[in-house]
Design a protein around this ligand. Structure first.
Ligand code: PFF
Length: 491
C-alpha cells in the first residue's frame, strides 16, 4: 500500500510546529528563562538551539523521510539491532499520551470555569480540593475517579482520535492548519490585552533583564539544552514519524530551521504573555514578583486563575487563555499519538482506523488512572521519570547510534541534496560531540540527583516501582520485541 503523504509543505511545517509548541512552551519555558538568568538565558538557549535543536531536527527529518517508517522501522533499517530503541521511544510516547491528555482535559474544564471564574477567590483550594479531590493520596493510593473529569477527558481523546482516524492529510494536517494560526493569534491578542495593564512591563522586564553572572553556571547550560530537547519533540519517535510522510522531494534543512525558529519564537511570546500577567498580578496585590512566579501545573491552574480574577474583563480573557492551552496541548497530543500509531501500523499492517480505535480506546482507559483523586501525584512522578530519565536517555542513545555507529556524512549529503541550502561539517560535529556531551552531563546529573533524594518526597517503593520500574519494563518489552524479530529474520 502506498504510504500516506502530507498535502503541502505548509501542512507539514504546521504539524511539526504544532507538535513542538505545547504546554511546555507556555508553562515551562518562561519560568526556566526567569530562573536561569532572565535575558542572559537566551545566550545558552540560542546556543543550544543552534548546536543541538536544529541539527537533531535535520537528522530526524532526514531519517524519517529516507526510510518512510516510524521510529522502530527507521532504527531497524539503520541496523536491525537498533529496533528496540524505536520501541522504547514509542512506549515513551504512549506513556506521555496517557497523562498529557489529562492536563488538556483540565484546561478544557477551566476554559468553561473561566467564563464566570468558578474557582472563586481561593484558586489553590479550588484546584487541589474541589476540582481534583486530592486528599490523603499518593501515587500508589489513588482513591476514586473524579467523574466530572470524564467528559473533558473524552473530548480531549476525541480530538486525537479524529485526527489519527482520518489520517495525515484529512486529519492531522487539517486540524493543525486551523489550530496553529488560531493559537498564535490568541497569544498575540492576550499579549495585547495584558501589556497595557499596570505592572505588566515590570513583569516582562524581570523576564528579560539579563543576569550575566549566571552565564558561567553549568546548571544554566544544562537547563537550556534540556529545554531544547524537551520543547522540540526530538529524540522520541515524534518527528521521525511525521517526517516519514514527507514526499520524495522535500526540503529538509529549511523545514527544520523553520520548525525550530517558530517554536522558539512562540516560547518568547508565551514568556511575554505569562510574565506580563504575573507583573500585573504582583502590582495589583502589592507583592514582589518573586512571590508570585511559578511554573507548570501551579502556574496554569492556581496562579493565573488568581491573575484572571484581577483582570478588567475576566470572563473574556480567561477563557481565551485556557483555550490557548487546549490548542497547544491538542496539537502536541496528536503528534504523540501519531508516533505510537505509526509504529504499530508499520509493524502489524493494521489499518489506520483499527489502530486508532485500539490505541485511543486503550489510552482512554489507562488515562482514568490520572483522573483519580491522587492522579496528579501519579502524573507528577511518571512525568518526572519520563522527562528526566527516559526521554533524555533516548535522545542520547539515538544520537550515539546514528552519530557514531552509522555513516553520518551520508545523511548530511542526503539532507543537502534535498534542501534549498546546505549545512556544513558543523552539523556532524554538533551531533557527534556537542549534543552528546551535553546530554551525558544532564543525564548524569539527573541520575545522581535521583539517588541523593527521592523526587517529590515520594516513598522508596513508589520511586522504585513506578519511576524506575516503568522505565525497566519499557526497556525489557522493547528488547523482547527486537529479539523476536531477529528470530523471524533467522527462521
Ligand atoms: N514539545 C511539546 C511541549 O513542549 O509541550 C510536547 C511534549 C514534549 C510533550 C515532551 C511532552 C513531553 F514530555
Amino acid at each position: 500500500m502506498k504510504r500516506e503523504q502530507w498535502g503541502s509543505r505548509t501542512g507539514f511545517i504546521l504539524a511539526a510546529v504544532g507538535s513542538a509548541v505545547g504546554l511546555g512552551n507556555i508553562w515551562r519555558f518562561p519560568y526556566m528563562a526567569y530562573e536561569n538568568g532572565g535575558g542572559a538565558f537566551f545566550i545558552p538557549y540560542l546556543f543550544a538551539m543552534l548546536t543541538a535543536g536544529i541539527p537533531f531536527m535535520i537528522l530526524e527529518f532526514t531519517l524519517g523521510q529516507k526510510y518512510r517508517s516510524g521510529a522502530p522501522g527507521t532504527l531497524r533499517r539503520l541496523n536491525h539491532r537498533f529496533e528496540w530503541l524505536g520501541w522504547f521511544q514509542v512506549m515513551i510516547c504512549a506513556v506521555i499520551a496517557f497523562y498529557y491528555v489529562v492536563v488538556i482535559a483540565w484546561a478544557i474544564s477551566y476554559t468553561w470555569f473561566a467564563v464566570d471564574q468558578s474557582w472563586g477567590d481561593d484558586s489553590n483550594a479550588f484546584f487541589f480540593g474541589e476540582f481534583l479531590g486530592l486528599g490523603d493520596n499518593s501515587p500508589s493510593s489513588l482513591g476514586s475517579i473524579q467523574t466530572h473529569l470524564l467528559l473533558p477527558l473524552v473530548l480531549a481523546w476525541a480530538a486525537s482520535f479524529i485526527a489519527t482516524y482520518r489520517g495525515v492529510q484529512d486529519g492531522i494536517e487539517k486540524i493543525n492548519k486551523v489550530l496553529m494560526p488560531l493559537l498564535f493569534i490568541l497569544v498575540l491578542v492576550l499579549i495585547g490585552r495584558v501589556a497595557s495593564l499596570p505592572g505588566a512591563l515590570n513583569g516582562i522586564n524581570w523576564l528579560l533583564e539579563p543576569d550575566f553572572s549566571k552565564i558561567w553556571d553549568l546548571k544554566v547550560w544544562s537547563a537550556a539544552y534540556g529545554q531544547i530537547f524537551f520543547t522540540l519533540s526530538v529524540g522520541f519517535a515524534i518527528m521521525l514519524s511525521y517526517a516519514s510522510f514527507l514526499p520524495e522531494k522535500s526540503d529538509i534543512n529549511n523545514n527544520a530551521f523553520m520548525t525550530v525558529l517558530m517554536n522558539c519564537g512562540f516560547s518568547m511570546l508565551a514568556g511575554i504573555m505569562v510574565f506580563g500577567a504575573l507583573g500585573y498580578m504582583a502590582h495589583a496585590q502589592q507583592k514582589e514578583l518573586t512571590d508570585v512566579v511559578s511554573s507548570g501545573v501551579g502556574l496554569a491552574f492556581v496562579t493565573l486563575p488568581t491573575a484572571i480574577n484581577l483582570l478588567p474583563a475576566p470572563g473574556v480573557t480567561g477563557p481565551l487563555f485556557f483555550l490557548a492551552l487546549v490548542f497547544a496541548g491538542i496539537s502536541s497530543h496528536i503528534s504523540i499519538a501519531q508516533a505510537v500509531t505509526t509504529g504499530l501500523m508499520d509493524k502489524t499492517g493494521w489499518s489506520r482506523q483499527k489502530t486508532a480505535i485500539i490505541f485511543c480506546g486503550t489510552g482512554f482507559v489507562v488515562s482514568l488512572l490520572f483522573i483519580t483523586q491522587g492522579g496528579l501525584l501519579l502524573l507528577d512522578l511518571v512525568d518526572h521519570y519520563i522527562n528526566n530519565m527516559a526521554l533524555l536517555g533516548s535522545c542520547l542513545l539515538e544520537l550515539f547510534l546514528v552519530g557514531w555507529l552509522c555513516k553520518l556524512s551520508d545523511y548530511q549529503k542526503r539532507a543537502n541534496e534535498l534542501s534549498e541550502f546546505s549545512v556544513g561539517i558543523w552539523w556532524q560535529l554538533c551531533i557527534k560531540f556537542v549534543s552528546i556531551a551535553m546530554l551525558i552531563v544532564i543525564l548524569f546529573n539527573n541520575i545522581v540527583g535521583a539517588f541523593k533524594e527521592n523526587y517529590g518526597g515520594y516513598s522508596n517503593n513508589e520511586i522504585l516501582f513506578i519511576g524506575w520500574g516503568m522505565i525497566a519494563v519499557m526497556l525489557v518489552v522493547a528488547i523482547i520485541i527486537n529479539a523476536s524479530n531477529k528470530q523471524e529474520v533467522n527462521a
